[in-house]
Ligand binder design. Structure first.
Ligand SMILES: O=C(O)CCC(=O)C(=O)O
Length: 298
């Protein structure tokens, strides 16, 4: 579903917006099915939680970094309506995806309650700008229904925190609770928020409940003081090569892959990148750059 202008305006005014049923039904169903290649199905987990001690090691134990073994998950960060929303919010097409995580939580594994915090603490070496420049667009894609019992994220509208100076990254547990809005929405919904927004994870209040989401963060390319993951570092991770092959040149570009027309491309790099990524259609990279360096020679 296209992110509406109203939703984008809400990101600026309130600090966050929730777009219900954002993912199309097929994409959601395929992504949910692929989750079980990574995580235990809830019904299996709750039969014997003690068989999954790795998920009880702490609040972040259910985090898994991009890429994944399945295209059904790997395609979500480049879901066209997400990138369109980022282009319109950030008012540029020169974007990079700077973090992708999957996060599974199971009730009883650990207490997921958090104090309110702002995410820029580990997304930036500095602080967000108070105007609209240098904004990082952070998102949660819900891959399961989230009701009040399912550990919803709780966010505080900006109007309640304007008095707190930007360097304040966290407040003591319990503060701001009276202003928080719970992210309760059906599977397939999208939360967009900014890194100056106070929010927190909450604990489950129901039994045998679980919550699955994908976190995708996007910013304008080229701000070396902001970011989180390094895609070259993940290049040899399982699933990355297949994912890069399946993506369009535009989608690869969001990960820093050289775009068509880049001076990187020449006869040698086209041949050798093609060998590193068997099956990749190299045709778009054959187009000559301004100095003609990628023109194929016969
Ligand atoms: O999982 C959630 O609902 C939010 C968690 C969070 O905000 C964090 O760990 O930074």
């Amino acid at each position: 579903m296209r992110v509406s202008d109203k939703n984008l305006a809400e990101v600026w005014d309130r600090g966050f917006t929730i777009i219900e049923n954002f993912l199309d039904r097929d994409a959601l169903a395929a992504a949910r099915e692929a989750l079980w290649e990574i995580y235990p199905k809830p019904e299996d987990y709750f039969k014997a939680p003690e068989e999954h001690p790795e998920l009880a090691r702490g609040q972040f134990a259910g985090l898994r970094l991009f890429p994944y073994s399945s295209w059904a998950l790997n395609r979500l960060p480049v879901y066209p309506d997400l990138i369109d929303g980022a282009e319109r919010l950030l008012e540029t097409q020169d974007l990079e995806i700077y973090k992708i995580e999957l996060w599974a939580k199971y009730s009883g594994a650990v207490n997921y309650d958090q104090f309110h915090h702002r995410d820029f603490g580990n997304h930036s070496l500095v602080v967000p700008r108070a105007d609209r420049n240098h904004t990082q667009m952070t998102t949660f894609m819900l891959l399961s229904d989230v009701t009040a019992e399912d550990a919803p994220t709780k966010l505080v509208p900006l109007k309640f925190t304007r008095e707190l100076s930007l360097p304040t990254r966290a407040v003591p547990f319990g503060e701001l609770f009276e202003h928080e809005v719970a992210l309760t929405a059906p599977a397939g919904s999208l939360l967009i928020y900014k890194t100056d927004v106070f929010h927190r994870g909450s604990n489950f209040t129901g039994v045998n409940r679980s919550r699955f989401m994908m976190l995708v963060d996007i910013q304008q390319r080229g701000w070396r003081w902001q970011g989180k993951m390094s895609w070259p570092d993940r290049a040899d991770a399982k699933g990355m090569r297949e994912t890069i092959v399946r993506m369009t040149p535009r989608e690869r570009d969001l990960f820093g892959f050289p775009p068509p027309g880049s001076e990187y491309w020449n006869e040698q790099t086209i041949a050798d990148v093609s060998a590193r990524y068997p099956g990749m259609d190299m045709t778009p990279y054959l187009k000559p750059s301004a100095d003609g360096s990628a023109e194929q020679k016969s």
